[in-house]
Design a protein around this ligand. Structure first.
Ligand code: E4P
Length: 218
């Protein structure tokens, strides 16, 4: 399973990249607004830090402008992945960009039917939002299960399932059990994957017992 970090904070991205466990980055207009940075400069900066795909989202609703935005974003760096909304115009632009060999991430996916359309449009990734589905009382992980199952039925569907709106480790584990290709997570969730009280307790006792030996490995 690939791990992407879902943030526009460059310090967080640098910290995650330094772990060697980071495969890519996703941003969205809300995260960019929160960062206070100039969007195009920020994407260039992120692409310098991370080798894997960096999702940068278009902001215009109509296909003509969206296509121009997507082409402009794709020229920032070879690892830019153009993020497009799951709308009629977004899918049209997805097909156009895919035909030119540009990576795409079709976002705001909330149903298996929408995910089928994203695959037919040739999206590199589809982003179903598990947390936001859970928030309205539905089952976000069932959405992932449905999409993974459907995609497996069709060899020519090459789209990867990028689990988004991830709120905690249980989402990540459940998505991995289903075989989802990627999870994008806020830095706090990536860090929380590491934590277990028995690891801390076990390490403390190994450290104190080792000290009693008076030895040193080096
Ligand atoms: C995905 O690409 C989105 O940026 C993100 O996962 C949305 O998460 P949220 O529902 O926590 O805003």
């Amino acid at each position: 399973m690939k791990f992407f970090v879902d943030t526009a904070e460059i310090a967080d991205i640098r910290e995650m990249a330094a772990t060697g466990l980071l495969d890519g980055v996703t941003t969205n207009p809300s995260l960019v607004a929160k960062s206070g940075k100039h969007f195009l400069e920020l994407i260039a900066e992120i692409c310098d830090v991370v080798e894997g795909p960096v999702s940068a989202e278009v902001t215009s609703p109509d296909a003509e402008t969206m296509l121009k935005e997507g082409l402009k974003l794709s020229k920032i760096a070879s690892n830019v992945c153009v993020k497009l909304p799951l709308t009629k115009d977004g899918l049209y632009v997805c097909k156009k960009l895919t035909d030119q060999g540009i990576k795409t991430n079709v976002t705001l996916c909330f149903s298996p039917a929408q995910a089928i359309l994203a695959a037919k449009a040739g999206a590199t990734y589809v982003s179903p939002f598990v947390g936001r589905v859970d928030d309205i009382g539905s089952d976000g992980m069932q959405l992932i299960a449905d999409i993974v199952q459907i995609y497996k039925n069709y060899e020519h569907f090459k789209t990867e399932v990028l689990v988004a709106s991830v709120r905690g480790p249980s989402h990540v584990v459940a998505a991995a059990k289903l075989g989802a290709h990627v999870a994008t997570m806020p830095p706090s969730v990536i860090k929380s994957l590491l934590n277990h009280p028995l690891t801390d307790k076990g390490l403390a006792s190994f450290t104190s017992d080792w000290a009693k030996t008076g030895q040193s490995i080096l």
